[in-house]
Ligand binder design. Structure first.
Ligand code: HEM
Length: 311
């Protein structure tokens, strides 16, 4: 554990509970990020001081609640910044897989386009209001998450609540803890939640290697909410940005299906397994041909004139 008085730890009191090497790693990793975040926060402060209209957002809310939450300026900066850090790569990556799937599974993409054309038509853009009427957009996104999950979950067990050697029933009696499927996971163990495998469980997703929106659709054609999406994690550290991500994915996919076709270039076949792992997967560059489905001038005119949040 760290001695009290370390400058960095003073600014982030919670770091006292982490082992020293971990703190040093975090410190190095986040030093540049923090400098950038602080300058961004200063820019927002300046705009507020200059009486610029700053719409309510996560930073203004955190400022309003800073005393109540008992967080210092650096913690506030980090909290606000982590939303951007955790939210941008992941959402961009998920959209990257949606586009890839659109090119590789044109029959499924055609179903999405047909529904968007029927519900939205060509004289306006899709909006959030269309959500309930466009289950195929949601199903396509969910199937893309399932087909190529963007995250794997890694956990390290810090303590199992008992230091000695005990049998499983003794442990349960001593700690009253309910163990995962009867497994006692020793302290220090790294556990990897295999989202890839969970999303290919044939009991939940028959024919799991096939990309099919029907994995998510009930008999009434609506998205079936019995099935869980594990792409956002589980347990106490589950993604707090899930609802923003879902909305963002929805509106972007609806717009893309309204506006574009994505075609695989026969001279540059897509390698759909072309990614490398980490916590968040990195997708390798791939090529798609994007063809406009609407008149370009109409798209520009609608984007300029419609009262939509994506201008
Ligand atoms: C498609 C988009 C996204 C995916 C697939 C995704 C996935 C995940 C996953 C799997 C975790 C859990 C990691 C773990 O258990 O260790 C996570 C954590 C997190 N996500 Fe997301 N996320 C997405 C978008 C977003 C957005 C838009 C935001 C913020 C606006 C966000 C903020 C966060 C934060 C702050 C954490 C850390 C939570 C914690 O450690 O307690 N994410 N995300």
């Amino acid at each position: 554990m760290l001695p009290v008085g370390n400058g960095w730890v003073d600014r982030f009191p919670l770091l006292r509970f982490l082992p020293l090497p971990e703190v040093i790693r975090l410190h190095r990793y986040h030093r540049e990020e923090m400098t950038l975040l602080r300058s961004l926060l200063d820019a927002v402060r300046k705009r507020i001081a200059d009486n610029d209209a700053v719409p309510p957002n996560v930073v203004t809310r955190l400022w309003a609640k800073q005393q109540e939450y008992n967080i210092n300026d650096d913690e506030l900066t980090y909290l606000a910044g982590s939303m951007f850090g955790a939210g941008s790569d992941t959402t961009a990556l998920a959209l990257g897989f949606v586009m890839m799937a659109a090119a590789l599974f044109p029959v499924e993409w055609a179903r999405v386009k047909a529904q968007v054309d029927e519900v939205v038509g060509h004289s306006r853009l899709p909006t959030f209001e269309d959500f309930g009427e466009l289950p195929l957009v949601s199903a396509f996104i969910l199937e893309s998450y399932r087909w190529r999950p963007v995250f794997r979950i890694v956990r390290r067990v810090i303590s199992n609540g008992y230091e000695g050697t005990v049998t499983l029933p003794q442990f349960q009696k001593l700690t009253g803890k309910c163990l995962q499927n009867g497994y006692l996971i020793p302290a220090g163990t790294t556990v990897i939640g295999n989202t890839w495998s969970i999303m290919r469980d044939p009991e939940s997703f028959p024919n799991p290697e096939q990309f099919s929106m029907d994995h998510w659709l009930g008999p009434d054609g609506k998205v079936c909410d019995e099935l869980k999406v594990f792409g956002f994690g589980y347990g106490r550290r589950v993604c707090p940005g899930q609802h923003i991500a879902e909305r963002s994915l929805f509106i972007n996919t609806a717009l893309m299906s309204w506006a574009f076709d994505f075609l695989e270039d026969p001279s540059a076949p897509i390698d759909s397994m072309g990614f490398i792992g980490g916590g968040v997967v990195r997708i390798l560059p791939y090529k798609v041909i994007i063809q406009a489905r609407q008149d370009r001038d109409d798209i520009e005119r609608l984007l300029k004139t419609e009262d939509v949040p994506y201008q």
